[in-house]
Write a protein that binds this ligand. Structure first.
Ligand SMILES: [Zn+2]
Length: 330
């Protein structure tokens, strides 16, 4: 129809980007529709699915409709990682027929965040407390989590793939590439025939993806992320299709920038640390000055913790625990 707004656009042969509105600073998450070529007996596949808000669901449904599809026509939904903006609608889509797939690591270490809320809340509170976050900064946490959980429908019968496995998606082989860092079981998919990389949140164009420690994540995610950046570079991908913002043409260049960014932040953190012990919370207020809302403050804390624990593991700074509270010093 002339003049109609196009809800999806082709970004590589057979791959359509669907920017879906989300209530987060990114504003959009990119879902990708993989369409089988003519004569293929395979069905269409969706990669990532936004979270359940009326706007997101309507946006995703409208984009699929442009291709003559509903959720029930998809063969599979693949999720790159368990974060709400990539995984929220999974259970609703699954209920209409498609199978939901994720990396085996993410099933054990990410999907559980949604299926075991009480255990996760307890672990989260304990970690915040251990690192000096006071109750006033957690005041909205219960409400915030209730809202987020209401927008996430975990898959009831999720299927898993493994690192290095080749999946046939919409008739074409894709290699699974495990890239822990942003999430423990974060997976990318490489179409080896032409080097197109479905990159999830491993590399993003305008911002550095959050690399943080949460109660249920690996103890040194920044170390994993550095390794994952090396792995990403080594793929020699021609084009990365990320979870937010625009496609990335210089994949190796962007990976190098993100590595440099974290090393710069590590250097800044080292300069800032004092010989007298401080909690991660105190350090995060200095490392991320300015007006952040409570949720942003917690992300800043979580990223500071990842940087501190990286430096501890490298033997560059000291960590000591007193009366259940962890402190860091030069
Ligand atoms: Zn994301």
């Amino acid at each position: 129809m002339a003049g109609a707004i196009q809800l999806s656009h082709q970004v590589a042969t057979g791959i359509f980007a669907i920017p879906v509105p989300i209530p987060y600073p990114f504003k959009y998450v990119n879902c990708y529709l993989l369409m089988p070529g003519p004569g293929s007996s395979d069905g269409p596949v969706l990669v990532d699915c936004a979270l359940d808000t009326a706007e997101a669901r309507a946006g995703l449904e409208a984009a699929l409709r442009e291709h003559g599809l509903g959720f029930g026509d998809l063969e599979r939904l693949i999720v790159t990682h368990h974060h709400p903006d990539h995984y929220g609608l999974a259970g609703l889509i699954e209920a209409q027929g498609p199978t939901v797939w994720m990396l085996d690591v993410e099933l054990e270490r990410g999907h559980v965040f949604w299926t075991e809320p009480e255990r996760m809340n307890q672990m989260g509170q304990a970690l915040f407390h251990q690192h000096g976050v006071t109750d006033e900064y957690l005041a909205d946490l219960g409400q915030e989590m209730t809202k987020t959980r209401s927008r996430v429908h975990p898959a009831q019968n999720p299927q898993t793939f493994r690192d290095g496995e080749t999946l046939r998606l919409a008739g074409i082989p894709y290699r699974v590439v495990w890239t822990p860092g942003h999430a423990d079981g974060h997976a990318m998919l490489l179409r080896e025939a032409d080097g197109v990389l479905l990159a999830g949140d491993q590399i993003l164009e305008r911002i550095s993806p959050n690399i943080g420690i949460w109660a249920y994540s690996y103890p040194n995610p920044l170390k994993h992320y550095f390794e994952s950046l090396e792995k990403t570079t080594a793929l020699g991908a021609s084009l990365a299709l990320p979870g937010h913002y625009r496609p990335i043409l210089d994949v190796a260049g962007r990976a190098a920038e993100l590595k440099a960014h974290h090393h710069e932040r590590l250097g800044y953190l080292l300069d800032l640390l004092k010989p007298t012990p401080q909690t991660c919370w105190q350090v995060s207020l200095e490392l991320f000055p300015g007006n952040l809302n409570l949720a942003q403050r917690r992300f800043a804390w979580s990223e500071t913790l990842a940087h501190l624990e990286y430096l501890v593991a490298e033997g560059r700074i000291k960590r000591l625990e007193q009366d259940g509270i962890v402190h860091y010093s030069r």
